[in-house]
Design a protein around this ligand. Structure first.
Ligand SMILES: CC/C=C\C/C=C\C[C@@H](O)/C=C/C=C/C=C\[C@@H](O)CCCC(=O)O
Ligand SMILES: [Zn+2]
Length: 645
């Protein structure tokens, strides 16, 4: 973890920088900021936020949000004298304790900034307190708040109105409000949002009231801070199900409604698997192309990338994934991001079950096998220099969650659950346990041990399971590096055609390929994606030339495809073939969206091609201001640019 280990620390007192230290690796190698969460300063073992009232004004002219956050705490300890909160690039103007008698200002200071983590806000309580406590904090965010992206009208489809959106996971909520920015703590929230009258404001909550320029929201189900979300822009909506509408700019609304027409079916299957849906609404919002992820499970309003708009619903499984989060992640939440697999591995597992129920078990297994291809690619490329990040449970005491993010918790985690399901008697035995686990831990935050303990308690009811439970090598699954230690016995029927096509193109010259009867076989979109993924996995491809890739693109209609997963892989083949003639096409895809899943591997591959690297760096410098902070930061690292180290 050496490259990640360095966290620079600066001390600030009431806004002014006093000392700047660069912590040496050795002085902080075992630093854990708080007992519950290595990525948070909060003393959440001593008090917890139960409810937040936000009064926010969105200032497009300054690219800031200003207003107040009223934090309602429950104290877990008597005689508490200090409260530690997380902040990042926030300017605080006042902190007051609120009682029935009014508001009384209290002392506070900020200090101890750790790179990629943020700053500690200490609030000094005047009298020894116990029970409950309410703090009112008046503040303004920075134009560079890492959770926010501000778009000019020119950067939107409609070109008329500005646009603001947030992405708080994992630890960026601290850049939009002072809080205990740890998933160990859950709170309900109410918000009053003031914004220009011509645009619409939405949040990860139910809209309870609106008048021109003011929208009010209520989230009655407790959420961790990373699920706080806001969007303000020229948005319209279209109903797509009994509890669902899709939101987008006018130009994309019809396309989006069609692409995501299976939403209600996904919800129905998810309820069969997980239990009743508690969030009242499930709306979707199609984001601008700079949204850095495929989807974000913001409660009541999932955010999705426009790169899902393939035209044939082939990428809509991301919506099934986000729906599954309504239980796994949003109801039962990882206590800190070292146990992120409890959110993501569980969600991919449910996503697979939704696919299985709607399209059959062959599709479920194909989906899982495709996940393993993505995992293998990620381990060999993105994580080649940081094998410790291929563990299911990672150590975040030395690096920020954004640095540790990968597909490992998703795919290794879901593979582990499938292994457990197969071992312990299949879906018939495992699903009742799974539902009971969700029911037991709903509204709570959990660690891996909570899951393990419940699994043992449940399956030990039948003594015959003892011998099966003994077979589980928890240590290797949780702390072993690399690919999963056991690959379940998946149905490979849909994969075979992908392997055959990949072998054909990798092992043969043009004439042999042209004559192959395999070319008459039709592959569905998801098989096409997997076929290209398999081709990219090949160590050598015979005659990887412009002609061969032109024939490939032509044969499978790749040049004109709208499918971003296909374009992503085609572009990577162009780079592998060192096709400088294709640089415009490569850059066009690279600049068409800033979803990290796509742009990071492409930049990384360009960085490994000496002639192309300066072009990639130059392109990055030109467009980085259009990226979200997390994307700009991680791509800079992938390109080996020093300011990201
Ligand atoms: C083991 C990793 C530890 C911590 C990482 C946790 C969060 C990291 C952060 O960068 C935020 C991630 C947010 C993800 C949101 C949605 C994903 O499901 C998208 C997956 C990739 C994609 O499809 O684009
Ligand atoms: Zn997810």
């Amino acid at each position: 973890m050496s490259k990640l280990a360095q966290r620079s620390i600066s001390l600030l007192f009431a806004g002014s920088i006093v000392v700047l230290l660069l912590a040496s690796k050795s002085s902080i190698t075992t630093m854990r900021l708080s007992p519950l969460d290595p990525s948070s300063y909060s003393n959440a073992h001593e008090l917890i936020i139960r409810h937040v009232d936000l009064d926010w004004t969105v200032n497009f002219d300054k690219s800031t949000i200003s207003g107040t956050a009223t934090l309602h705490f429950k104290l877990l300890k008597s005689e508490l004298q200090e409260i530690f909160l997380d902040v990042s690039d926030i300017t605080i103007s006042s902190v007051a304790v609120k009682t029935s008698a009014g508001e009384a200002p209290v002392d506070w200071d900020v200090g101890g900034t750790v790179d990629n983590i943020g700053t500690k806000l200490t609030i000094y309580l005047p009298t020894k307190t116990s029970g409950e406590l309410t703090l009112v904090i008046a503040y303004e965010t920075s134009p560079k708040a890492s959770a926010l992206q501000w778009l000019t009208p020119e950067q939107t489809f409609g070109k008329k109105h500005p646009y603001l959106f947030s992405q708080c996971q994992a630890i960026h909520a601290r850049s939009i409000l002072p809080c205990q920015d740890t998933p160990a703590v859950k709170f309900t929230y109410n918000a009053t949002l003031r914004h220009p009258t011509e645009v619409t404001g939405l949040m990860s909550a139910i809209k309870v009231d609106s008048e021109p320029g003011v929208s009010k929201f209520q989230q009655k189900t407790p959420i961790p801070s990373y699920l706080l979300a806001i969007v303000v822009g020229a948005l319209v909506s279209k109903p797509i199900g009994p509890i669902s509408s899709v939101w987008a700019e006018q130009e994309q609304i019809d396309e989006a409604a069609e692409e995501f027409s299976q939403t209600a079916d996904f919800i129905a299957k998810a309820e069969e698997i997980c239990g009743p849906y508690v969030w009242e609404r499930y709306d979707l919002l199609v984001m601008p192309p700079s949204f850095p992820f495929g989807g974000m499970e913001n409660p009541c309003l999932t955010f999705v990338t426009p790169t899902l708009l393939a035209g044939d619903k082939s990428l809509a499984t991301v919506v099934a994934h986000e729906i599954a989060h309504s239980w796994t992640g949003n109801l039962v939440t990882n206590k800190n991001f070292e146990h992120f697999w409890l959110n993501e591995g569980f969600t991919v597992f449910v996503e697979g079950k939704i696919v299985g129920r709607l399209a059959g078990n062959a599709s479920r297994d194909f989906h899982a096998l495709h996940g393993l291809s993505e995992l293998s690619d990620c381990i060999k490329t993105q994580l080649a220099d940081t094998p410790e990040l291929t563990k299911l449970v990672v150590d975040l005491s030395e690096c920020g969650p954004d640095d540790a993010f990968s597909t490992v918790p998703y795919i290794k985690g879901s593979t582990f659950l499938r292994y457990l399901e197969d071992l312990l008697g299949g879906p018939e035995k495992f699903e009742p346990f799974f539902r009971a686990y969700l029911n037991r831990f709903k509204y709570q935050s959990v660690l891996t041990n909570d899951f393990k303990q419940m699994l043992y308690d449940w399956f030990r009811e039948d003594p015959k399971n003892e011998v099966l439970l003994e077979r589980i090598n928890w240590d290797t699954w949780l702390f072993g590096e690399g690919m999963p230690p056991v690959i379940p016995n998946y149905d490979r029927s849909m994969l075979e055609a992908c392997l055959a096509h990949a072998a054909l193109w990798a092992e043969n010259d043009l004439e042999t390929i042209k004559a192959s009867p395999l070319l008459k076989q039709t592959l569905v979109s998801v098989q096409m994606i997997e076929f290209l993924a398999q081709l990219l996995e090949k160590k050598t491809i015979v005659d990887l030339s412009a002609e061969k890739l032109a024939l490939l693109a032509d044969t499978y209609g790749l040049s004109s495809t709208k499918n971003a997963e296909l374009r992503f892989r085609l572009v990577r083949l162009y780079i592998r073939a060192r096709l400088m003639d294709k640089m415009d096409e490569i850059l066009a895809f690279l600049n068409s969206n800033f979803r990290m899943k796509f742009v990071r591997p492409i930049y990384k591959e360009l960085a490994g091609w000496p002639t192309a690297k300066p072009i990639a760096v130059d392109n990055y410098n030109r467009v980085k201001d259009q990226m979200m902070t997390v994307c700009a930061y991680t791509v800079a690292k992938d390109l080996g640019l020093s300011d990201a180290e």
